[in-house]
Design a binder for this molecule. Sequence first.
Ligand code: ZN
Length: 413
Amino acid sequence: MLRRQAYRFELRPSGQQLRNLRQFAGSCRFVYNKALALNTARYNKKEKRLGYAGLCALLPNWKREHPFLSEVPAQALQQALKNLERAYTNFFEKRSEFPKFKKKGQRESFRVPQGFEVDKGNGRIKLPKIGWLRYRKSQEVLGAAKNVTISESCGKWLIAVQTEREVETPLHRSTSVVGLDWGVVRLYTLSNGAYREQCQPLKRYLPKLAKWQRRMARKRKFSRNWKKAKAGIAKLHQRIANIRKEFQHRSSNEISKNRAVVFVEDLQVRNMCKSSKGTKDQPGKQVAQKSGLNRAILDGSPFELRRQLEYKTEWRGGLLYAVPPQNTSRTCPVALGGCGQVSADNRKTQAKFVCVKCGLSANADFISAVNIREAGLASLACAQPWHAVSASWQEPTEGIHSLGVEPVGIPGL
Ligand SMILES: [Zn+2]
C-alpha cells in the first residue's frame, strides 16, 4: 500500500533566510495575481483562458520585465501557476468560489517540487537559492520526500514535507462495523449509540474576537496599534483552528482505531451549508437562524472529519464506505425492532425520531446511524462477488455474520 503523508515543522531561518522566504512567497503571489489578471482581461475580450502550459510559456517574458523574479527558484513560480489552474478547476467543478487575488500578508506560501534536500539526521533542509535551513525536528520523516511547501502563519514559517512510502497493508485489529451520522448538535453519532458533542471554539471565542475587531476598527489604518490589534485577531483565529484540529484528530483516531468498517452517508457539506441569503428576487427565509446553523456545521466541519477518517481507516487496514443518503433519517429501523416504515412524519423535530406507525422513538441521529449501517452492509453484500452468485446475497444478515458483528442494542432508551 502506498502511504502518502505530510510532516510539518517550524523553520528556524536566519535573518537573511527570512528575507529570502518572504521574497519568494511574495514573488509567487505576484505571478499568481498577474496570471489571474491576464486571464480576467482575456475573458473580458472574449478570448480563451490560458492554461498552465500557456502561462508557463509567458514566464521568461515576465522575468525580463520584472528582474526580481529571476532571483526566485523557477519551479516555485511554476507551482504558483499550477495553484491558479487548480483554483480554476475547483471553481468550474463547483467546489469553490472564483479565484481571488492574493493579498500581501495572507497565507504567504510557496512550493518547491524538486531540487530540495532533506537531511533527516540533522533536522535541516536545503532549498534552492537559499541553502541549508534548520527546522524544529519534532518527529522523524519517513519515506521519500516528494515536495515541500513553505508557509507563514502568525509570524512563524512552517515547512510541510510531502512524502510517499510503500507499507505493508495492515490487518485491522477489530472486526466491528459501525454506521456514522454527522449532525449539527452532535459532531457524530455511531450506530452503537456512542456520540460526540460538537466542539465550537468559534462560538466560545466570538466575544473576544469581536472585542479585538472593534479595537482594530477604532485605530488608524496601518498604525502601530492597528497592527497590534490585527495580530491579536490572527492569533485568536490560529488558536480556534488549533482547537478544532486537535478535536477532529482525536475523534477520527478514536473511530478508526476501534472500528474496522465505518459506513457514512455520502453527504455534500456544500448542500448543508448553502447560502441562506438567497437572491434579491427570492430572499431566503430565516436567514439569521440558518447562518447560525451554517456556522455550526463549518465549525464542526464534517467534511474534514470525513477526510481524516478516509485515510486513517485505510492506514489501519480498515475501510470507510459511503452509502447514498436515502431515507436514512426517516426510516423506522427493523434492526432496532421497528416496523420499517418510511415517512417524513417520523421526524417531526431535528432531534427526535418517533415512528408514526409503531411508536418507536429514539434520538434522530442515532436512528440515522443505524440505518446507514444497515444500508452499508446491504450494499457491501451486493458488491461482493461470492454473495452475488449465491442466493443469499439479498440477505444483509449474511454480511453481518461473516463480518463477525454482534447485533446492536438500543442504548439509553
Ligand atoms: Zn415503526
